[in-house]
Design a protein around this ligand. Structure first.
Ligand code: IMP
Ligand code: MG
Length: 185
């Protein structure tokens, strides 16, 4: 049986929302220089689109974080497997994340980034699952609230599948990845 996928956010809605977020961020950081720190791998597409919706002097970097465990649940144990390479001391940093779920990942990243003494650290996430929060994290910019369910597409994966889909889909796992014809996307 193949995985079952149902669209929850269309490519058009994502694109319109990202444009709005970009305008809001541009206004809030007027006169400043911003460093975007995208979290790999899930936020790679969101970071690329958001960066192009922001009209400010901008630098872009990435971190790679892994939480132990795989499949559709995240554990509370996070580690950094690729650190930032730009010097963020005294700079305004905006962390770009795909989904905030329990909050453990961002809580950990905030602690790691604060060691470098940035001027400010804010968070922009595409999807907030705030009902599932286990630790308190303040998210400054939210694309969409999605209460529950496992989501794939637009950078989000299930066992590394489906990152390339341009909408966001709710996934019910089967035993094999579902094939996509170009006409479906
Ligand atoms: P947290 O530490 O529980 O907040 O987990 C956040 C991380 O779990 C995100 O960076 C995602 O990579 C992953 N994650 C949480 N929910 C989903 C989902 O529905 N689809 C894909 N990845 C998810
Ligand atoms: Mg992630």
């Amino acid at each position: 049986m193949a995985d079952d996928l149902r669209e929850v956010i269309s490519a058009e809605s994502i694109s319109a929302r990202v444009k709005k977020l970009g305008e809001e961020i541009t206004g809030d950081y007027e006169g400043k220089e911003l460093i975007l720190v995208g979290i790999l791998k899930g936020a790679f597409i969101f970071t690329a689109d958001l960066a192009r919706a922001i009209d400010l002097p901008l630098e872009i970097d990435f971190v790679r974080l892994s939480s132990y465990g795989s499949g559709t649940t995240s554990s509370g144990f996070v580690r950094i497997s690729k650190d930032i390479e730009i010097d963020i001391r005294g700079k305004d940093v905006l962390v770009v994340e795909d989904i905030v779920d329990t909050g453990h990942t961002l809580k950990y990243l905030q602690e790691v980034l604060s060691i470098h003494k940035p001027a400010s650290v804010k968070i922009c996430c595409l999807i907030d699952k705030k009902e599932r929060r286990e630790v308190d994290v303040e998210v400054d910019y939210v694309g969409f609230d999605v209460p529950k369910g496992f989501l794939v597409g637009y950078g989000l994966d299930y066992n590394e599948q489906y990152r390339h889909l341009d909408g966001i889909y709710h996934l019910t796992p089967g035993c094999e990845p579902r094939a996509f014809r170009p006409s479906e996307r």
